[in-house]
Design a protein around this ligand. Structure first.
Ligand code: DX5
Ligand code: ZN
Length: 246
């Protein structure tokens, strides 16, 4: 697997002082910031949109390379992923991770070609994200089988292939839920086929669950409540990293 990337989810940060929470987390050793965008439609909760990302972006230094320190990893739990690509690029997003389930069910105005009957194909959306100058991620919910990803990952056209896959280990929508070990066979199947792929896990990651996730082959680790709820967040970040890299 590629080296560990620790991405605290700012969903569990204090939103009243979000800019400081972001810079503090990077100062404590985090590699990326995981930014959960929820629209109240794709998931039963709402967070914030591009205007807030624009305001917090200057609190964290931009990455000097793809996947570098300070990457804004925007997890788009939204029904119309195509619609917000340009806005999030302008706001300072570096990695735009959309949900497979949203892409295949969004139509009409959300379609790149604008025709009413056409669905947004994941490969088309990935290409569009790349054209805007961001890395592209594709996320799957617990009920979505990993098999839907093979065709997308095997695409010979490089700009249509994702840079990262996110395997959700909770139902998206809320922080602080219990880790679903049932999702780890997806991670293992992906890792077996793609030794160098960035595989992210999100939901319920902590000192108690990290070993299972790392053993399955995950290297990008999201943790919200485990980091922001800790008295020593830096120690949690360090322990997560060591579990993946050992
Ligand atoms: C859930 C979000 C997660 C969430 C994880 O929909 O995608 O990023 O913040 O929170 P914890 O780590 O507390 O499970
Ligand atoms: Zn997330």
């Amino acid at each position: 697997s590629p080296p560990a990337i620790i991405a605290p989810s700012i969903l569990s940060a204090d939103f009243a002082t979000l800019g400081k929470a972001c810079s503090d987390t990077i100062g404590q050793g985090a590699d990326w910031l995981h930014v959960d965008i929820m629209d109240g439609h794709f998931v039963p909760n709402m967070t914030f949109g591009a205007p807030v990302v624009t305001k917090i972006r200057p609190h964290v230094q931009r990455p000097s390379s793809a996947y570098g320190n300070g990457t804004f990893d925007c997890h788009m739990m939204i029904a119309e992923p195509k619609k917000w690509v340009k806005e999030f690029k302008a706001a300072g997003c570096d990695l735009y991770c959309f949900h497979y389930e949203a892409a295949i069910s969004s139509t009409a105005a959300d379609s790149p070609s604008g025709t009413s009957s056409e669905k947004t194909s994941p490969k088309e959306l990935i290409k569009f994200i790349h054209e805007q100058g961001m890395q592209a991620g594709i996320a799957i919910k617990p009920k979505t089988p990993v098999d839907v990803l093979w065709e997308i990952l095997e695409n010979p056209v490089e700009e249509e292939r994702p840079d990262m896959v996110l395997v959700m280990t909770v139902e998206p929508g809320f922080g602080g839920q219990s880790f679903m070990a049932s999702e780890l066979p997806k991670v293992a199947a992906l890792r077996k086929k793609y030794p160098e792929l960035h595989i992210e896990v999100d939901g319920g990651l902590s000192g108690k669950t990290i070993d299972q996730a790392a053993d399955a082959g995950a290297n990008v680790i999201v943790a919200g409540s485990a980091v922001f709820g800790a008295s020593d967040p830096g120690a949690v970040i360090k322990a997560l990293r060591e579990a993946v890299d050992s």
